[in-house]
Design a protein around this ligand. Structure first.
Ligand code: GNR
Ligand code: NI
Length: 172
């Protein structure tokens, strides 16, 4: 089932999410809903708080070459184990901040540990868009958005645009 994506500003996008203690069937169904919602958007990642679920769950698939095989990843309790000193600048966007893009500097490579949908521990080194996206998604679980890395004036400009967009959406 496709879910509705929350738009910034929303208090739920600023909260720290709870650790998932047990990967239940309900949590697996939620992960499937998130993948469906992400692919439909379309986006390369989605974090549970973006659909109003305050738990540490993200999905991502950064395979974006047309014709490449999809690689849907489901991560419960993802954690950055280590980050490269080398950084990378990426033009980031967010499904909760539609049509706004800005350059963000982050570590180029990160090692991520997580629990998969079968409850097995996983770890992997990511780079490129995968590394950027993994960091962007994990930030969501800690109530952090990519605009929090921008200068206050630019952040405020984007927030005002989103407030206007939400007013327009509410009016229909
Ligand atoms: O779809 C998305 N694209 C993207 C592009 C650059 C850096 C990060 C991202 S994640 C974003 C989807 C999203 O909002 N995930 O939380
Ligand atoms: Ni996002």
């Amino acid at each position: 089932m496709k879910r509705t994506i929350l738009i910034h500003p929303d208090p739920r996008l600023k909260k720290v999410c709870a650790v998932v203690l047990d990967v239940s069937d309900a949590m697996r169904a939620l992960a499937d809903d998130m993948l469906e919602t992400m692919y439909d958007a379309p986006g390369v990642g989605l974090a549970a708080p973006q659909i109003g679920v305050m738990e540490r769950l993200v999905v991502l698939d950064c395979v974006k070459e047309d014709g490449d095989k999809p690689r849907p990843l489901v991560m419960f309790n993802p954690e950055i184990i280590s980050s490269s000193d080398e950084t990378n600048v990426y033009e980031e966007g967010c499904l909760s901040i539609p049509e706004q893009y800005a350059e963000v500097t982050r570590p180029k490579e990160v090692e991520v540990a997580w629990m998969d949908r079968d409850g097995n521990a996983q770890r992997e080194v990511f780079d490129g868009l995968w590394a950027t996206c993994a960091q962007h998604e994990i930030d969501h679980l800690d109530g952090k958005l990519f605009i929090d890395y921008l200068k206050p004036l630019k952040r405020q400009m984007i927030t005002r645009k989103m407030q206007k967009l939400k007013r327009e959406m509410a009016r229909g």
